[in-house]
Structure formats: C-alpha cells, structure tokens
Design a protein around this ligand. Structure first.
Ligand SMILES: [Cu+2]
Length: 296
C-alpha cells in the first residue's frame, strides 16, 4: 500500500494540473466567431452530458457493490431464484436510446448548419477566399478582389468568409482554432468552409494534418479588420503590390517554407488545383526542377 502512495500523489497532481492549467487559455474554449461558438457549445453539451452519465454509473456501481457484497448467511441459506424483470429491462433499453438521441440530434443539426453561412450575418454576401495548401505554405486567393497572399490571411470582421479549400500536393487541413474547426485540403477537389470573426484581431492558423518534414511550421496569421480597414487594404494592395508572375508561383510549388507575401493578381489565371486535371501541376514543376538541377 505504501509503495502506491507516491505514484498516486504524482498522478493526482498531473491530473489536476491538466484540468486547471491550460483550460482558460485554450483557444477553442474562447471562440472569436459564431462558427467556433457553435462548436464550443456542442463540445460542452456532449462532455457535460457524458460526465453526467459517468457520474450516474459510478454512483449505481458504488451502491450495488456495497449493498450486494458477500455477507455471512445463516446455515442452509438458498438465494432467491429470480428471473427477468420486464419493467427494469424496459428502463435500461429506453435510457440508452434517449442518450443516443440527446447526443446525435444536436450534433447532426450543428454539422448541417455549419454547411451554410452563420445565421446572424446570412444577409451579408460572403467574401470568397480560395485556400491552396502546398508543402509547406498557405496560398490565399481573393478572386473578386484579384489579390493573392502567402502565409497571411486578411478578412473583414462580422462578415462570413467562404473558404474554398484545395491542395497542390499533399493533403493538409486548414485550421484557425479561434474561428472554428479544421477542414481538409485535398488535391483535385474542393471542400468548402464558412468562418467568421466577430472582432478585429490577429488569430493563429495552421495545418492540422501531418504532411511531412515542414509540417510544424506550416502556419499563418489571420488578421481580422473592420470593413473600412479591409477595403483600404484591398485598394492599397491592388495599387501597390506587385503582380504575381508564373515564375514566382512555380517557385512556390517547390517544397519549402515562405515569408508572408502579397500580390495584385492570383494564380487562378493559370491553374485551379481543385480541378482534377491540374492536380499534378506541382509534381511536374518539381520533376523539371530536379532535372535542371541534375543537368547543372
Ligand atoms: Cu476527400
């Protein structure tokens, strides 16, 4: 028994620090937009409900092991010959059905509602941003503004943003924890994700799907601005940022990291990686690059 005391104390310290240490700082529990808010509510409902079930089970368990423990019986004792109890059978069949309904109905409802722009701002036209992941960078194209950025995302506050996700090569997952859950980027196809920021601020974004060596640094900043500041940024960028050249873009297709960049045109004029026929665009460039390196 004494041998067990030390590990038990350590274990309890560990558990308490896990529960009390990080929670208040966890981005997911401090949502900055309606999508993240909805997801947080769903997580809390599910965890709360399941904790309640765990509590009920443990209370019943404790009562039963105490009440029906082995006791000294009088000589010649015969235990009662009990058969099934229909009433109890019905109860413990109905309760799990209720549990499944209570967990699945809100989950399915939330998942379906996240396919559409947030309700509160549904009257506003969403800003469209094409997100292309390439080992190990993020390329953001604003087709309506004819702007492209690398490793930095500028969005207006209080307006839904429709992200059209794809990948130039390996599968990645676009994740801005403060604004909502992740969604996969896959070559040759497009996945959609609506996010929205409630306030101006800078939020962290990253890849949530392991894709090799440079994965840990495949990060970007999300800057949410007031609509006026955003419009000003669009104007300034259109006026003074350089045009994206095909050579520069092809350079981005090579595996590696990149500094944040801004351009006054998008790569969508040459290639949309969401289209199946273009999914080998990056491969071709890498092959050419390899050959020219060998030739030199
Ligand atoms: Cu897929």
């Amino acid at each position: 028994m004494r041998k067990l005391v030390k590990p038990l104390v350590l274990l309890s310290i560990l558990i308490t620090s896990v529960f009390l240490g990080g929670c208040s700082k966890m981005t997911m529990f401090n949502p900055q937009g309606p999508v993240a808010e909805q997801q947080k509510d769903l997580i809390f409902w599910s965890i709360g409900f399941m904790l309640f079930i765990v509590a009920v089970v443990f209370i019943l368990f404790s009562i039963i092991i105490v009440r029906y423990r082995e006791r000294k019986q009088p000589e010649g004792y015969e235990p009662p010959d009990d058969h099934g109890n229909t009433f109890l059978e019905i109860i413990w069949t109905v309760i799990p059905i209720i549990i499944v309904i209570a967990l699945s109905v809100p989950t399915v409802k939330t998942i379906y509602s996240l396919e559409k722009p947030p309700k509160a701002t549904a009257h506003k036209k969403p800003l469209v941003v094409n997100v292309t992941s390439v080992d190990w960078k993020w390329i953001f194209s604003y087709p309506e503004q004819n702007i492209e950025t690398v490793n930095q995302l500028i969005i207006p506050e209080d307006r839904p943003v429709k992200f059209k996700l794809t990948s130039a090569d390996s599968m990645a997952a676009f994740w801005v924890p403060a604004l909502g859950g992740q969604e996969y980027n896959m070559a040759g196809m497009q996945t959609d994700l609506y996010l929205q920021a409630d306030h101006p601020g800078v939020y962290k974004g990253r890849n949530a799907n392991f894709n090799g060596e440079g994965f840990a640094d495949q990060k970007f900043d999300v800057k949410a601005e007031t609509q006026e500041d955003f419009d000003q940024w669009v104007k300034d960028t259109q006026k003074s940022a350089p045009k994206l050249t095909k050579k520069q873009y092809d350079q981005l297709m090579l595996a590696g990291h990149s500094k944040p960049m801004t351009f006054s045109s998008t790569h969508l004029q040459w290639v949309d990686h969401a289209k199946m026929s273009n999914s080998d665009y990056a491969e071709k460039i890498r092959e050419q690059n390899k050959q020219s390196n060998e030739a030199n």
